[in-house]
Design a protein. Structure first.
Length: 799
């Protein structure tokens, strides 16, 4: 079992221990007289997209003309201060296009919103109180003990139900009597939602605390307005706290809303008049003043407008589930939660006894993902929902130049395809609006994936002007996630029903965007790579490596997907673009042989190099990770690039990796993406959660079509993994002990041919479950290939 144990109070939601079921998530923290459960839910967004001050979104032809003919230059992403180095035909339009998009740069929404809090009021007359928190990762439960002088104790066990969006809290007070106690009841509860602040007050407090000036454009514009104040109301004879939102495309009538509804057998619920505070609050406490309140269960449900039939219908369903015995319902949910946790953690495991920090971070991050991501539910934006603040950096959006994607890296390989699938429901909204953007502003078929987007329908471009508004590499980057699902599962039905339409449309976008020039090659213009202002130089927008690499890989993936499904439409076009695409990487200069070029074509482009810079070719004798002072948001990306280019040196980098994990590990076990000192507590951003991918790729790789066992592992430590998923729908289990790789197993789900690199360089003996020898032949890149049957497990050992 893996545990997080904390012997001090955690003071902010961002650091709080995490609970959740992939839709409803909770961060647990403390203040001076409360244990606090902060709720987040994936569908709780302020959906307002205010384009009232926006000009006409930029057409790619306007940008091409401005770059080539007028030499546009800008100096900011919010206030562009556009100018030109040549004669400008329409200065007003140039200013519009070089300025930040008002709906993004000068409004504080769309953005995710926190749900609210459940607060356990605890006696604070006797000090000091000692908090002990123990979270057993494999059970999904959190235990809290608060101990006071006199040895009286409050014990709490809490969890989130696996299917219903309900938090369950069990409390017991021990040794509370006339000698030790100070009041009645010992504990009681509050359900609280504060009023949404103005962006001006939020910005002022953020700047006062950390001198972080992120919201200056929104404050300067002065047109953002907060949500309506939360309310309390009686629904079906039960008091709830409710937050209403403005109407939106998906909730056009009354708008989106959520409720917080407490249930308990022990206490009664009272709605408070909070006068002019703007707050909404319920008190949950015994009506009998003599009641000590020493034990019980409390359940808090969070129904929303997204639930089937709406929030009221979901509340009614939960009321029927609980009936008149909340304690029994919570015990039933507890058993269901344990079964769900057992099933989740049975899918894979790793063991690194000589580097427990690395092992722990894998478990802690998978636990965090389990809390906040779930198949069939829109995924969170940039931050874990239970940690989002009233306003979010970069709108907390689906930010597509690496930030959002990185939080999904490793899901499939960890054999949690269901977590990887949570990428799709929200992304499908971006793909859909992208079809309009491709048609209207690029003159292209297919879909253009914008820099930023949201997990709900919108009526217009979310980033329609500014130097970042027409970057062509995101469509390919998003396409990769759909193609990865197929590569790891070989599920042709899923590919046909869900994946192919997106892969096809991303490829069609590149088909029409790429232009054949006089040299007979297809070129990419205009698009920057990474992020940049308008520079006035056409070469900064021509054939940028990041754009061309993603176009190449996307076209390649689309052709392969079409072949799987027997689709022929568009394939000739795709082959023409792919065969005649200008080659941006000089293989001769890199000194690559045919096998290295084959592996280059197999690698997703994001793992070849950063958005700027060159492909690394030299393995350094200097330890990685040590020099960079900032936090860990870029660490997974750098590490994956090093692994895919075989330049990571695990022996010299292990110790610096361990130090970096220790330095940036939050109390809840995840790694801090950006430092608090510079940014303040902005929420637990998920970028650094991608670190589980390179941890696993040190143990096993399959991205180049070959399974490699411990390909980049520190020579001085042991390691073991069970049922990590390889491309080709294989589940691999292996161990390394005393410097030697032990016999290992490969389970075939789909019956595909299996290519394995011999880790012993002595030949492989492969046997089926009956001990029968399996014939082999030469495979990809010098590997050993053997045929498999679906559902069979094969043992591999030295010949």
């Amino acid at each position: 079992m893996h545990r997080i144990e904390i012997d001090y109070p955690v003071l902010v939601p961002e650091d709080g221990l995490l609970l959740g079921n992939g839709d409803l998530s909770v961060s647990v923290y403390m203040d001076v007289d409360h244990i606090v459960w902060r709720f987040g839910k994936n569908d709780v967004w302020d959906r307002r997209l205010d384009t009232s001050d926006c000009p006409r979104p930029a057409h790619i032809d306007e940008i091409a003309h401005g770059i080539r003919e007028e030499g546009w230059v800008s100096h900011g992403y919010v206030f562009g201060e556009g100018e030109a180095t040549k004669t400008v035909k329409d200065p007003r339009r140039m200013k519009e296009i070089t300025e930040g998009w008002p709906a993004y740069a000068k409004r504080s929404y769309p953005c995710p919103k926190p749900v609210g809090e459940l607060r356990m009021r605890i006696p604070n007359d006797q000090t000091p109180v000692t908090f002990t928190q123990r979270q057993t990762i494999e059970t999904g439960e959190l235990e809290i003990e608060a101990t006071w002088p006199g040895n009286w104790v409050i014990r709490v066990v809490c969890f989130v139900a696996p299917d219903d969006n309900v938090l369950c809290v069990k409390w017991d007070v021990e040794n509370w009597n006339d000698d030790t106690g100070s009041c009645r009841p010992a504990v009681w509860f509050k359900v609280w939602r504060w009023p949404d602040p103005t962006i001006e007050s939020y910005h002022a407090r953020l700047f006062a605390r950390a001198r972080y000036n992120h919201y200056f454009g929104q404050v300067a514009e002065g047109k953002s307005t907060p949500l309506d104040k939360p309310i309390t109301r009686d629904v079906f004879g039960r008091f709830v706290v409710q937050q209403n939102f403005a109407p939106s495309l998906d909730f056009p009538g009354e708008g989106f809303k959520f409720m917080m509804a407490p249930f308990t057998d022990q206490y009664e619920v009272e709605a408070l008049d909070m006068l002019d505070t703007g707050e909404a609050m319920l008190h949950v406490r015994p009506t009998d003043k003599e009641d000590e309140g020493l034990s019980g269960w409390l359940a808090l449900a969070v129904p929303t407008a997204s639930d089937e039939g709406g929030a009221e219908a979901e509340l009614k369903r939960i009321m029927e589930t609980i009936g008149d015995d909340c304690d029994a319902a919570c015990e039933k949910w507890r058993a269901e939660q344990k079964a769900a946790a057992d099933e989740f953690w049975s899918r894979s495991s790793i063991s690194i006894p000589d580097a427990p920090e690395v092992e722990d971070v894998w478990y802690h991050i998978l636990h965090a993902r389990r809390c906040a991501f779930r198949r069939g539910v829109v995924a969170p934006g940039l931050a874990l929902p239970s940690t989002v603040q009233d306003y979010s950096l970069w709108h907390g959006d689906y930010h597509m130049n690496f930030n959002y994607q990185q939080g999904f890296w490793g899901d499939n390989m960890a054999n949690h395809v269901e977590l990887g699938d949570s990428f799709f429901p929200g992304m499908n909204h971006m793909v859909e609006i992208g079809r309009k953007l491709a048609r209207d502003y690029w003159g292209c078929r297919g879909t253009f994936v914008q820099l930023g987007g949201y997990p709900f329908p919108v009526h217009e471009d979310t980033y329609g002007t500014g130097s970042l508004c027409r970057m062509a590499y995101m469509s390919g980057w998003v396409c990769n996630h759909y193609w990865w699902h197929y590569l790891y599962t070989l599920d042709a039905d899923w590919l046909r029903e869900e994946g192919y339409s997106v892969i096809r449309d991303c490829a069609l976008f590149y088909t029409d965007f790429l232009e054949k020039w006089d040299d007979g090659k297809y070129h990419a213009f205009p698009s920057i790579q990474g992020e940049a202002f308008f520079t006035g130089k056409a070469e900064d927008y021509t054939d940028k490596p990041q754009v061309l690499r993603h176009a190449r890989y996307c076209l390649q993936s689309a052709i392969k997907a079409a072949e799987v499904l027997g689709e022929t439409e568009h394939v000739d076009e795709w082959r023409d673009r792919l065969d005649n695409l200008v080659q941006i990487d000089d293989f001769d200069a890199l000194g690559w042989d045919d096998e290295k070029i084959r592996r280059y074509n197999c690698s997703s482009p994001e793992f070849l190099c950063y958005d700027v810079g060159s492909i690394p070719t030299e393995k350094s004798d200097e330890p990685a990770f040590a020099a960079y002072r900032g936090a860990t948001n870029m660490l997974p990306w750098w590490w994956m690039i090093a692994l895919h280019n075989d330049v990571y040196n695990p022996d010299v980098s292990l110790e610096s990796l361990r130090k970096r994990i220790a330095k940036w590990r939050q109390p809840n076990g995840v790694l801090r993406a950006m430092d608090v000192h510079s940014h303040s507590y902005i929420g637990c951003y998920t970028e650094a959660m991608g670190i589980i991918a390179p941890i696993m790729e040190m143990m096993m790789q399959s991205w180049d079509g070959r399974i490699r066992i411990f390909p980049s592992w520190p020579s001085q430590i042991d390691g073991e993994f069970t049922t990590l998923r390889a491309e080709g729908a294989f589940l691999v289990s292996a161990s390394r002990k005393d410097g030697k790789i032990q016999p290992f197993t490969i389970h075939s789900e789909a019956g595909a041919p299996c290519h394995v690199v011999d880790p012993w360089d002595s030949g492989l003996k492969i046997t089926d479950p009956d001990g029968k020898d399996i014939p082999t032949r030469e495979g990809l890149g010098g590997s050993i290939c053997f045929d498999t049957d679906p559902g069979k497990t094969y043992t591999l050992q030295p010949a």
